[in-house]
Design a binder for this molecule. Structure first.
Ligand code: DNO
Length: 380
């Protein structure tokens, strides 16, 4: 396993000179400016490689999967074809690990972005905020039926206690899209975007993923590319949207859909770790041969399906146990410190939520210390 760092490209407030001063072996980046669904040309890929200077482009995070593929619309075959062309172009440029997700409409979701915690500001998700958003702000029909009565009651009290600024903050965080998300919405366009999914049963949504994998995995195999699906974040249904990459059973199903090495996983310890019933060391052990990319992050679980992001070596995920398992992998797998506190000058430079410089560097240093310590103490 070796360390990498996510860089959002020339618009990232952290410069590539700063990134190149870090103790990493490669960069994780994507062509965020290319329209979702379009083929990434070799010229554009080469241009990004140039921008990375002497550092290798270790992982693409992400080649986004268009909503047309997720919904299996008439446009899906062409969109899948474009996806395959992008994989071929990446492979021609020597880039062979590709991350993607299959979350409908929303990518990672947080209701609060700067809740003060000891050690720095951090991001958080509050179950009650989310339920209040769903029932009262989005006013999704029958939303209340999706939650236990006790939570609806608590979320109602919570919503009534929120001032206008507080409500706006939750609304903005839900709709505007966090870094890496491909889209940003207002309330009307959000309602429109989620609508088709409210009629797609979970089983059909899974079939849509399977259809996509059946087409792209053979191309990936031929091109020497390893695909890595990123888990749902948070790993449960949000505002009624189907989510199918949340549990060990989901991962098992996905790996079986096309049982090839190229059909792999991105083990994101923070995303999966937000569910108490996900045993991360056991998942790392079980799927070791199919984990081609790792996000290391930690969370502190709170009542009411809530969590806060915590320091990389704090929180509810046993990072040493997860890493101990991952270090048994026969392949050299890239990992990146996922998210980080906002420390020192991070506040001044307005870094992307979760993607600070100093906070993430702290995470990188801690994780590298752990990795090197564990590696050194492993029997030969
Ligand atoms: C959040 C990220 C996600 C991730 C995508 C992968 O911090 O981990 O946005 O990049 O879900 O497709």
């Amino acid at each position: 396993m070796y360390p990498t760092w996510r860089w959002y490209g020339p618009k990232d407030p952290i410069s590539i000179e700063e990134v190149s001063a870090l103790d990493i072996r490669g960069v994780v980046t994507a062509l965020h400016h290319v329209e979702n669904g379009a083929v990434w040309s070799q010229e554009e890929i080469r241009q990004r490689k140039k921008e990375l200077g002497s550092m290798p482009w270790s992982v693409v995070e992400s080649v986004p999967v268009h909503e047309g593929i997720k919904q299996n619309t008439d446009a899906a075959p062409q969109l899948i074809e474009n996806y395959c062309r992008t994989l071929e172009n990446l492979s021609a440029e020597g880039i062979t690990t590709v991350c993607y997700n299959f979350m409908p409409v929303l990518d990672w979701t947080r209701t609060r972005l700067a809740v003060p915690v000891p050690g720095g500001t951090t991001v958080a998700l509050y179950g009650l905020d989310l339920i209040a958003f769903d029932i009262f702000m989005l006013a999704r029909p029958h939303a209340a039926e999706d939650y236990p009565a006790e939570l609806v009651e608590l979320a109602t009290d919570h919503y009534e206690s929120m001032g206008p600024e507080d409500r706006q903050e939750v609304m903005d965080n839900m709709l505007k899209g966090l870094p890496g998300s491909e889209e940003s919405f207002d309330l009307a366009s959000f309602k429109e975007s989620i609508e088709p999914y409210l009629h797609i049963p979970r089983a059909t949504f899974k079939e849509n993923l399977q259809r996509f994998l059946e087409e792209v995995v053979p191309v990936a195999t031929k091109e020497g590319i390893k695909l890595t699906i990123h888990p749902d974040d948070p790993p449960w249904s949000v505002v009624g949207l189907p989510r199918i990459v949340s549990t060990a059973a989901d991962l098992e199903d996905i790996l079986e859909m096309v049982d090839e090495e190229a059909n792999g996983l991105c083990l994101c310890t923070g995303s999966l770790g937000s569910r108490e019933d996900n045993d991360l060391p056991a998942m790392a052990r079980k799927y070791l041969d199919r984990i081609h990319f790792v996000h290391l992050r930690n969370v502190a679980l709170k009542p009411h399906a809530s969590f806060e992001e915590s320091g990389h070596l704090q929180g509810d995920v046993d990072m040493a146990a997860v890493m101990g398992e991952l270090l048994r992998a026969k392949n050299d797998v890239p990992y990146r410190p996922d998210h980080g506190f906002t420390l020192f000058d991070d506040r001044k430079r307005r870094t992307n939520p979760g993607y600070s410089l100093y906070g993430r560097m702290r995470g990188l240093a801690e994780l590298e210390g752990l990795r090197r310590g564990l590696s050194a103490s492993r029997p030969a």
